[in-house]
Write a protein that binds this ligand. Structure first.
Ligand code: PFF
Length: 451
């Protein structure tokens, strides 16, 4: 990445590259299962409110910090104020935790792509298919290695530009296909109950957990609180409008997530009756429900191939940005060559990824805080570390460098219309809410609070 600094030629390049990192498994796999689990409409409402306040303010702050300093996370905080460089280090840990388990799920996507490619659509649509696949040992390891191997190869070759070019084609196709499948899903008989569940907020389902889950998802989905947007900001030209870029990235990211919910949640009602067990299925939701939709479609096998190919692509662009970040940190900090850093990160990710992978199989009796490895890594990064980094970032911007620094950066060539909203969120709303949420999430994980 470093050798590519300021490589985004214009706004479109920047927005698409940032959206390429943001749009990934988080949108298509994680968002729908969280929305289904945490009350449908109420989750969606909370998520959207958080996007236009927290998400907006934090993304503005991160991209502006990157652009102002021209550096990635660790260096950027250091340059602005030496005492606070630890925030950059903390942010840098997050992608290292996410990458291994992200690649395990990436491997599942490759397996599904293969299953549809060889025409075993009805097999993939069976209830037990997913569960029996992930609880094996050898097969999931093979698919995981293919995914992480591909990610490492691309990072090693540094073909980022190629990836960017391909994203310019693949991203629009992803949008069209998502819309198409969502419309099909909504039109199935019996789907309306799901659409209602998804769009009509039921305020009795509101709880602190809903906000917590929505906030964790927001950071994850927008690649926030992990230094990525700082790095991307450092490649951005000064005359490009920060505010409208952030709005576009958010629209892209949230639009795809909402669409993915529309593909999956109504289908849960059609095929499983919308029972709490079906809605609370968790990580398996996409893998169990969508194949059933494809099975009923004319040409479903082809659509299934297309769909999983695009999910794979979205996942790869994200995993590449995750690995790239970790590799560049290892390169810089340990003064290793790029090749060697790649190897170190690869070996580390395989080792940690195997924990997550086997945690669903032969090691499923091992639990940390009652969670399987994959869920535990997801929890530590999304519900603990990211809120901490987001909190520290908002304090740093709100009280150390002051919102004015960001506003000035945003107003170099353009107007910053929502600057008052930005200052308010970053100074007051974000720190207070994040602390409340963080405390309640940790307490509830330790069983000290039921929310
Ligand atoms: N935002 C990605 C997603 O929603 O799948 C996940 C992700 C990618 C997180 C890249 C962090 C990152 F650096």
């Amino acid at each position: 990445m470093t050798e590519n600094r300021s490589s985004f030629t214009g706004k479109l390049g920047f927005v698409l590259a940032a959206a390429g990192s943001a749009v990934g498994l988080g949108n298509i796999w994680r968002f729908p299962y969280l929305a289904a689990k945490y009350g449908g409409g109420i989750f969606l409402l909370v998520y959207i409110i958080l996007t236009v306040t927290f998400g907006f303010a934090l993304m503005m702050a991160e991209i502006a910090i990157g652009r102002k300093t021209g550096l990635s996370a660790i260096g950027a905080f250091q340059k602005l104020n030496k005492k606070y460089s630890f925030i950059g280090y903390l942010a840098a840990i997050v992608p290292a935790i996410i990458l291994p388990y992200y690649s395990v799920i990436g491997g599942w996507v490759v397996k599904y792509l293969y299953t549809f490619l060889i025409g075993q659509t009805s097999m993939a649509a069976q209830d037990a298919f997913f569960g029996s696949f992930i609880s094996q040992t050898a097969e999931p390891i093979v698919w995981f290695m293919i995914f992480i191997g591909a990610t490492a190869l691309i990072v090693l070759c540094g073909v980022e530009k190629g990836v960017e070019k391909v994203s310019k084609i693949m991203m629009p196709v992803l949008v069209v296909l998502s819309l198409f499948i969502a419309i099909y899903s909504v039109c199935m008989p019996g789907a309306m109950a799901g659409v209602k569940y998804y769009f009509l907020p039921d305020f009795s389902k509101f709880s602190v957990t809903t906000v917590l889950a929505a906030m964790g998802q927001l950071f994850y989905s927008m690649s926030l609180a992990m230094g990525i947007m700082i790095t991307y900001g450092s490649y951005m030209k000064k005359e490009v409008s920060l505010e409208s870029s952030v709005t576009q990235i958010e629209l892209f990211d949230t639009g795809i997530a909402i669409c993915a919910g529309l593909m999956i949640i109504p289908a849960v009602f059609v095929f499983s009756g919308g029972t709490p067990e079906a809605l609370g299925a968790g990580p398996s939701l996409m893998f169990v429900t969508l194949p059933k939709v494809f099975e009923t479609m004319v040409g479903g096998t082809f659509i299934g191939v297309m769909f999983f190919l695009l999910v794979l692509f979205a996942a790869l662009t994200s995993s590449i940005s995750l690995m790239e970040t970790v590799v560049s940190i290892v390169c810089d900090k340990f003064k290793l060559s790029r090749k060697l850093s790649c190897l170190v990160v690869f070996v580390f990710s395989v080792a940690v990824g195997l924990l997550s992978l086997l945690g669903y199989g032969i090691w499923d009796h091992i639990k940390i805080l009652g969670m399987q490895f994959l869920d535990f890594f997801d929890f530590i990064s999304n519900s603990v570390l990211m809120p901490i980094v987001a909190f520290l970032t908002s304090i740093f911007v709100g009280y150390v460098i002051k919102p004015q620094t960001i506003i000035e950066e945003a107003e170099l060539y353009n107007k910053f219309r929502r600057k008052h909203l930005f200052s308010f969120v970053i100074k007051y709303l974000a720190p207070i809410c994040i602390v409340l949420i963080l405390v309640s999430s940790v307490l509830s994980a330790f069983g000290l609070l039921t929310i």
